[in-house]
Ligand binder design. Structure first.
Ligand SMILES: [Zn+2]
Length: 260
């Protein structure tokens, strides 16, 4: 019953009009949004209403979270939901987004006590853990937005949320099994390629464990879909089914100077 009410409430939120000022700000400040076709933008706006209503943003390390930060982070987080329409769960396990001004200001020890897994103690960019929060460095969010190089810390952290809280739905058990087979085969292949120091498209960090691999391939799927499709057509097809999206058909960063 609770799930039904939440779903109905979310559908109402998605149907709300999107303020023109928000759309204009996203065009200026969120390069990925600016490159989406109209249809995807509209769907994204609906998911953003849900996200902004349900999630709490908290500034850390002296940062005051602005409306622009909220809009930009929500937009990138919701790209992962785009294919699901009213079936999008919108990160049910997530309550808060903690935003730091810069990576070096995050105090990993403070968060470790809460059960945080530190991704990279030297260059701390963002993280996602099982107690319902995502931590991001605003500087790194901004840096990644400009590059279109297959690295995006917001996609990365929210993919962890999906991986750990089950944000994807398959049409049958057989389809889910097939996904798991193809995913693990590519994970193992990636580990071998990293070992031989010749990873093709995915960042080496994906060899850490399957959860990191899922985040890394999610970043590539949304930022460099054409290259993903070209190099790993079978895996791309499974990602397309899992996310119910076909970004290679509409997202062409190379037209804007990004890598193919
Ligand atoms: Zn990670």
């Amino acid at each position: 019953m609770f799930g039904f009410l939440r779903k109905r409430r979310q559908a109402q939120l998605r149907a709300q009009p999107f303020p023109d000022t928000w759309a204009a700000e996203l065009i200026r400040r969120a390069p990925y949004y600016a490159r989406l076709p109209e249809e995807q933008r509209r769907a994204l706006q609906g998911h953003m209403h849900v996200f902004l209503e349900e999630k709490r943003f908290e500034g850390c390390g002296g940062l005051a979270v602005t409306d622009t930060m909220r809009l930009v982070i929500a937009a990138y987080a919701c790209v992962l939901n785009l294919g699901y329409g009213d079936d999008a769960a919108c990160y049910p396990g997530l309550h808060s987004i903690l935003v730091y001004p810069d990576a070096f200001q995050v105090n990993p020890r403070e968060h470790e006590e809460l059960g945080v897994v530190v991704e990279d103690a030297d260059g701390f960019e963002g993280e996602s853990w099982d107690v319902g929060a995502v931590i991001l460095s605003w500087r790194d969010v901004q840096r990644d937005m400009q590059a279109f190089n297959g690295r995006n810390i917001v996609f990365h952290e929210f993919a962890h949320q999906i991986y750990h809280h089950g944000g994807l739905i398959w049409e049958s058990r057989a389809a889910a099994r097939q996904w798991a087979d193809v995913f693990m085969r590519h994970y193992e292949r990636h580990c071998v390629e990293v070992e031989r120091r010749k990873p093709l498209l995915f960042d080496e960090y994906g060899a850490e464990n399957p959860s990191e691999f899922f985040s890394i391939v999610t970043e590539a799927f949304f930022e460099r879909p054409a290259a993903f499709l070209r190099h790993y057509p079978e895996f791309y097809e499974e990602m397309r089914r899992a996310y119910r999206q076909h970004p290679a058909s509409y997202f062409r960063p190379e037209e804007f100077g990004g890598k193919v």
